[in-house]
Every structure is written in C-alpha cells, then in structure tokens.
Design a protein around this ligand. Sequence first.
Ligand SMILES: N[C@@H](CCC[C@H](N)C(=O)O)C(=O)O
Length: 281
Amino acid sequence: MRSWPFAKGHGTHNDFVLVVDRHGLLDPTDDDVRWLCDRRAGVGGDGLLRAIKAEHIAGWDGDPSLWFMDYRNADGSVAEMCGNGVRVFARMLLEDGLADGPEVPVATRAGLRPVTLTNGGYRVAMGPVTVEPDAVEVTVGGEGSAHRWRAAAVDVGNPHAVVVLDDGPETPSLTSLDLRPAPRWEPAERFPDGVNVELVEVVDERHLRMRVHERGSGETMSCGTGTVAVAAAQAATLGATEGTWRVDVPGGTVTVELADGRAWLTGPAEIVARGEVLLPG
Ligand SMILES: N[C@@H](CCC[C@H](N)C(=O)O)C(=O)O
C-alpha cells in the first residue's frame, strides 16, 4: 500500500486528481493513473495532474525552477496539454503556497503556459494555434447510428478534429449524438497518436456550443484545449484573425480570445477535496 496526499478539482466539470511530487519520486505507472482516475475503485477523474519541478523533466530546456504539469489521461496515456487542468493546477499551487500570484508560469509538454488569476476567473495564455480546414473525415456514433462529417484539424499543442454541424434539416442535434463509441477518422495517418474530437453547434458567430470525445478519457463535460480549437476553427471559417468567443460545454462556459495566431482561455478552477489516497501495491 502507498499513501499519497492528493487533491481533487475541476474546471467546468472536467475533473482531475492532483498530486504534488516536487522531486519526481512518485513516478505513477499507467496502472496507478487508471486506478486513481477510476470512478468506482479509485478517486475518479478525467485525468491526473502531477506537479513536479521542471528540473526533473528530460527535454525541458526552459527555467528548471518552474512547476511542470505532467498530464495523464484517465487511461494512463500522456498528453501535451490540458486547458482546464492547467487552471486547476495553478489554483492548487496558489492555495498550497507553492507559487505566487497573480501570474503562475506553468511548464507543460506543449511549452510554457502562464496562468493569471483575474476577476473573471483563471486566464491562460494558450500559445500558438493552427487550423487546417477540411483535413479529415470523422465518423461519430456506433453501427446503425453513425454520421460522417468533414472536420478541421486544429493544433493547440495537442491534436483536435473539429466538426461544425450545419443547421440543415437532416443534421442531428448536438445533444442527440452518441459519443460513447470513440469517433473514427480518415486518413488514419493524420493523427497517428489519436485525437480529441469536438462537435460544435453555432449559436451565433461568436457563441458556440460543443461536446467532446477526448483521446484517452472518452466523453468529458469540457475540454479547454477543445474550446480553443472550436473557436479557432470558427474564426477560420469567418476569415477572422482576432476576436472573443463564448463557448458553452456541458459543464459550463469559458471564454476564448484569439489574436495573431495565439489564444487565451478564461474559465473557472475549483478544488473540491483534499486527502490521502491509499494506492494498491
Ligand atoms: N481536458 C483537457 C485535454 C486533456 C488531454 C487530451 N485528452 C489529449 O489527450 O490531448 C483540456 O481541458 O484541454
């Protein structure tokens, strides 16, 4: 049995188990991550956020004294970035006295992501975003209820495929789609390491509603990098290089600002529990 102090938190109901591992001694295995994220046997979460000093991360060539967010999906796989997670991560560091506000620079596999505590929530500088319209075909739903659409490939540090639903009479509503089976995409080589798939309803030009199937976690109530991806895909459709978008997800609402190929994400971050978890083994 191993006993680890942990916190549980969420950003627009995208939920995480958080552990502080300053010197990189915990080294969670894939099985540990799956167990921690298990909603019946473990603590439960869409992913694990491990805070480790960047000096222990091979390949990090920035300031070694920064906190590095080691993000793992619920299935144990590693991801480059998590837009909701990084806000919750910054909040935990601030609450624990491990960082000074109002700006917390967080090292991630996608690069530096500064998080600033503002009146409207936690604002994250999300870095560069690129959009390739109509790059893949995505199939959503199981046999008998499958739909196929063209999707934009969007890079927010991690990969996304964004389907914007039209308002034609044959188009199913966002809420009716079955996101339990993992969406498929073609050509498969376009995303060799998997992809997060967002489905979007346009409420108006600057207001979007989305659902997401996350690589490594399944359908979640929100995905911060996904909200940036859908805003960027919509901006590309409009021919806009800057602006502010409201994005509604099943777990709440966030704001995405875009300017000159870069993005900022603002939303809530909550810590809901702290304790000691007893890992098997
Ligand atoms: N929920 C996150 C994204 C987490 C990583 C993603 N599943 C991936 O594998 O790329 C977010 O809020 O951005």
